[in-house]
Design a protein around this ligand. Structure first.
Ligand code: C5P
Length: 230
C-alpha cells in the first residue's frame, strides 16, 4: 500500500475574511476549521503523516488540535509557514518522512472534501505523476489585460477550476518545488509547479461543496452545511 503524507498549509492571515483570528482556527459546529479538514484525511488508510504549516503564533494552537486528532499509525508534525503559500508548503516538504511515496497538499480552509474523492485521486497515481481535484468551470472565464480590457475568451468546455487536494508522487513534487524556488517562479497552486517540470497530471472531478473558505459568505455557507441547514 502507498504511504501518503498530507501537507496542510494553514499560515494565511485571513484578511479577505476580515477575521482577527486566522481562518483555520475559526470554530464551526464546535470544532476549528482545521480540525474538520484533518479529520477527512484520517479515515484514508494510506495516510501516515499530517504536516501543518502555520504562523509562529499559531504553532501551539495546532499542537492542541493534534491532541484531539491522534490516530494510531499517523505522525503529526507542525512547521512554521512562510510569507507565501508556496513557501509554507516548501517548509513542510522538508519534513516529509523517507518512507513516504506520495504527497497530498490540501488547503486548511477546505473542510468539505470527502474521503471518496481523496481515494479516487490517490488511485489515479497508478497512471499519472499527479492528480488534481477540481470542477468544470461554471462561469465563462475572460482573460484581461492590466486595464481589464478583455483579450480572450477561452473555450469554457475545456476549463476546470482547480481545487485541492492535489496529490503527487513525492519525487516529482520535491523536484518541482526545488525548480520553482531556484527560478523564483510562483504558482497559485502546486500542479502549476509540477507542470513546469514536465509532470503528467490528471483532473479528478470533485464536488461544488469543496469550497475554500475565503470570504465572509463562504463562512456563512460552511456554517449552514455543518449545521445541516443545506
Ligand atoms: O492564500 P489562500 O487564501 O489561497 O490560502 C490557501 C491556503 O494556504 C490557506 O489554507 C492558507 O492558510 C494557506 N497559506 C499558507 N501560507 C501563506 C498563505 C496562505 O499556508 N503564506
Amino acid at each position: 500500500m502507498r504511504k501518503l503524507a498530507v501537507i496542510i498549509p494553514a499560515a494565511g492571515s485571513g484578511t479577505r475574511l476580515g477575521s482577527p483570528l486566522p481562518k483555520p482556527f475559526i470554530e464551526i459546529a464546535g470544532k476549528t476549521i482545521l480540525e474538520h479538514t484533518i479529520s477527512k484525511f484520517l479515515v484514508v488508510r494510506e495516510v501516515c503523516e499530517v504536516i501543518v504549516a502555520t504562523s509562529k503564533d499559531s504553532i501551539e494552537r495546532v499542537n492542541h488540535i493534534f491532541k484531539n486528532c491522534s490516530v494510531d499509525g499517523v505522525d503529526f508534525k507542525v512547521v512554521e509557514g512562510g510569507a507565501e503559500r508556496q513557501y509554507s508548503i516548501d517548509n513542510a516538504l522538508k519534513k516529509v518522512g523517507e518512507e513516504i511515496d506520495i504527497v497530498a497538499v490540501h488547503d486548511a480552509v477546505r473542510p468539505f472534501i470527502s474521503a471518496e474523492i481523496i481515494k479516487e485521486a490517490i488511485s489515479r497515481l497508478d497512471s499519472f505523476d499527479g492528480a488534481v481535484v477540481g470542477v468544470p468551470a461554471k462561469d465563462t472565464i475572460k482573460l484581461v489585460d492590466d486595464t481589464h480590457k478583455i483579450k480572450q475568451t477561452p473555450d469554457r468546455t475545456k476549463l476546470w477550476q482547480a481545487q485541492t487536494p492535489q496529490i503527487f508522487r513525492k519525487e516529482i513534487l520535491l523536484q518541482a518545488y526545488e525548480h520553482a524556488i531556484k527560478h523564483y517562479y510562483f504558482g497559485t497552486d502546486d500542479s502549476s509547479l509540477v507542470e513546469r517540470v514536465g509532470g503528467s497530471i490528471v483532473m479528478v472531478e470533485g464536488g461544488r461543496e469543496n469550497l475554500k473558505i475565503t470570504f465572509p459568505i463562504d463562512l456563512k455557507v460552511a456554517e449552514m452545511i455543518l449545521s445541516g441547514k443545506i
